[in-house]
Design a protein. Structure first.
Length: 411
């Protein structure tokens, strides 16, 4: 029977445990960096990490049991990286929570309304990818900067990531994180810095400003949809699973809205780690692989209880070293985003403009650089289409008056 325990369930259960550990350990530092950047204190950051983990777990369990498909759920790692850049000009933690709430509402509306989905698809993929690349680039520079400033601690972390990335890619970031913890413990005594090992849930009333709406909510929605939900559906489809998108968006958007007052920024489909549950490594029988995603959901709930300890460890380390681990985790996403951004020669210039404006970190009127980067790229693209300019390397066709009408054709 499908719902009863059997020896064949051991494999998907182990796959789910691996998925949860890899998913949590490889990117929780990015989430904490993003929350701290928008003004969360240590208790609020731990609360956000805990509630995100719990909502991810409950959503994965609910969808997996309902549809009997390996629907893996995650937090928006690119979205957290967006918060790092937006936090430089953030109008406050409460406004950021309001932006999280609006992001969840937009995800729900995208599932319920085809029009919002069409608007999202109207944004050219190269420009959306370039915006994501611009968001990720500053954080991905952190490993290089950390090696220069803290060589004794950062070099072992980077070397570990390089070696494991060659031997067992899925464990590269967790292993680098473990080495960074050892480096922190050896180099300086660990103190709690006012945070608790066991996290406490904090509730903050969200507010919303125009700057947070345009600079955080809209880019966070676009990044989450373009880099998490859409690729997540593609991964499932590649393994033969085609769940309905509407209930998934409704569930993850609602989970985002519920978690927002507690510090959660976005809950969505898993993209990179989705293959761990949907692929044959989870089980040879596709009808059994949903057990892996459900197990991963339970694992996220358990791992969420370590949020206080995670915040304490992060507080005991140089911020740049934590960002270095986060940057290593995002290098693959950066490479994919850059490739998608420049793949189309006709849109390459607009994509590069989007990338550099987004990466610049400028924030006129308190609106984050991601919005301005996307606006700049779209404006250039519209202007380029309105006023076509011949390519420099293309030879102009001769005018009819310049041709010798009486001359015979040459073969």
């Amino acid at each position: 029977m499908r719902g009863r325990w059997s020896p064949g369930m051991v494999q998907p259960v182990l796959a789910g445990v691996v998925l949860a550990i890899v998913g949590f350990a490889s990117s929780f530092a990015v989430v904490l960096a993003g929350l701290r950047a928008v003004g969360a204190d240590q208790r609020q950051a731990a609360s956000g990490l805990l509630v995100l983990s719990v909502m991810m777990g409950l959503t994965a369990i609910g969808l997996g049991l309902r549809y009997k498909m390996p629907i893996s759920i995650a937090w928006s790692t690119p979205g957290a990286a967006l918060l790092v850049s937006a936090g430089r000009h953030s109008s406050g933690y409460r406004d950021a929570l309001g932006a999280f709430l609006v992001t969840g509402l937009l995800i729900v509306l995208a599932g319920l309304s085809g029009r919002l989905g069409r608007w999202l698809h109207a944004i050219p993929v190269p420009l959306a990818s370039a915006m994501l690349a611009g968001v990720l680039l500053p954080l991905c520079l952190a490993p290089v900067q950390a090696v220069a400033r803290f060589p004794a601690q950062a070099i072992p972390v980077v070397v570990t990531w390089v070696v494991l990335n060659r031997l067992s890619r899925r464990w590269a970031v967790p292993a680098a994180l473990a080495v960074s913890v050892v480096a922190i413990a050896v180099s300086r005594p660990w103190t709690a810095h006012g945070s608790q090992v066991w996290p406490t849930i904090t509730v903050t009333a969200p507010t919303l400003s125009a700057g947070a709406f345009v600079g955080i909510a809209i880019p966070l929605f676009i990044v989450t949809m373009a880099s998490q939900n859409v690729p997540g559906m593609s991964v499932l489809a590649s393994y033969g699973y085609r769940p309905k998108l509407r209930p998934i968006l409704a569930s993850t958007g609602t989970a985002t809205m519920i978690s927002a007052p507690f510090g959660g920024h976005a809950v969505n489909l898993a993209a990179i780690t989705a293959a761990l549950a949907a692929g044959p490594d989870a089980h040879h029988d596709p009808d059994r692989r949903w057990i892996a995603s459900v197990t991963a959901g339970a694992g996220y709930i358990v791992l969420g209880l370590s949020a206080g300890l995670a915040v304490s460890l992060v507080a005991s380390s140089p911020p740049l070293l934590v960002e270095a681990v986060a940057g290593l985790a995002l290098l693959g996403a950066l490479g994919s985003a850059v490739h998608a951004a420049v793949a189309d020669p006709d849109q390459r210039d607009a994509a590069i403009i989007t990338l550099v404006v987004t990466a610049s970190g400028v924030a006129p009127f308190g609106i984050g650089a991601a919005f301005w980067g996307l606006l700049a790229g779209l404006s250039f693209r519209i202007l380029h289409r309105a006023v076509p300019i011949p390519s420099a390397g293309r030879r102009a066709e001769p005018e009819p008056a310049d041709q010798d009408v009486g001359a015979p054709e040459r073969v």
